[in-house]
Ligand binder design. Structure first.
Ligand SMILES: Nc1ncnc2c1ncn2[C@@H]1O[C@H](COP(=O)(O)OP(=O)(O)OP(=O)(O)O)[C@@H](O)[C@H]1O
Length: 238
């Protein structure tokens, strides 16, 4: 399984939501995992929403590769999403939930069905095809969401605190799985997290937001040394 090479850029993006002004200028390198971090309310989810197409800039451009995303609906963007609450449909079995990643109308070819079975096996859910989400543990549900993102084969993957509801053992297992899959797919991943451990074990790069602005963009090692920035010191509990 491989996906095309594609980075994400924010070219002087601005928008206002309620009382909050956002001014975002940053890049997410193709084929790398970038941790998107910052205090609560700093704009991390908004940044992902701008890439996914759930929010539109008032000015500036969001680009995927060289392509301006303006005017493209979420379904038209080369993006897959995994959120904290995994967004599985409770009344559909796991196979069907993953199938929705391939085709929203569930018109599935024999190859599609094989790819769904492979993705489920890949995340350790072989044999779970006919189970309803409510019969799975939190970690298993997140793995099903990961399988759904995998079968979409989109070049950009957006993860908004995907491990937040998991206990430390499951967090670590999901992180290892995500890393393995990324090594295989080499997709561009934007990972929102509150945990320095996730940055250390998963990320190649860091974008740190504060109050709707990017206050740090760079390598992981430099981020942990960037203690001159007060918000980063607070985040790292230094
Ligand atoms: N639709 C909206 N209308 C009004 N204000 C909004 C809207 N969406 C976000 N905001 C505000 O923008 C700011 C950034 O929100 P966002 O959810 O992006 O932050 P976050 O960094 O993801 O926070 P958290 O870590 O708590 O999830 C917050 O002050 C929030 O209240």
């Amino acid at each position: 399984m491989s996906v095309p090479d594609c980075g994400v850029s924010f070219d002087n993006v601005s928008l206002k939501l309620g009382q909050q002004n956002f001014a975002l200028k940053c890049g997410f390198e193709s084929g790398k995992i970038t941790a998107v971090v910052g205090p609560s309310g700093s704009g991390k989810s908004t940044l992902l929403n701008l890439v996914a197409g759930f929010e539109m800039p008032d000015a500036g451009r969001v680009l995927i590769g060289r392509c301006d995303m303006a005017g493209l609906d979420p379904s038209e963007r080369p993006v897959s999403l995994i959120f904290q609450d995994n967004n599985l449909f409770s009344y559909l079995d796991i196979f069907t939930n993953v199938g929705l990643g391939v085709s929203p109308s569930l018109r599935l070819s024999a190859d599609d069905k094989m790819a769904i079975g492979d993705a489920l096996a890949r995340v350790g859910l072989g044999g779970f095809e006919r189970r309803l989400p409510s019969t799975l543990s939190g970690g298993e549900r997140q793995r099903a969401a990961l399988a759904r993102a995998l079968v979409r084969q989109r070049s950009v993957m957006l993860l908004d605190e995907p491990f937040a509801a998991l206990d430390p053992g499951l967090r670590s297992g999901m992180a290892t799985l995500l890393k393995e899959l990324h090594d295989e797919l080499k997709n561009t991943v934007l990972l929102v997290t509150h945990h320095p451990d996730d940055i250390r074990r998963l990320a190649h790069k860091v974008v740190f937001l504060s109050n709707g602005h990017v206050v740090y963009e760079g390598e992981v090692e430099d981020f942990f040394a960037a203690t001159r920035v007060e918000e980063i010191r607070t985040f790292l509990a230094l």
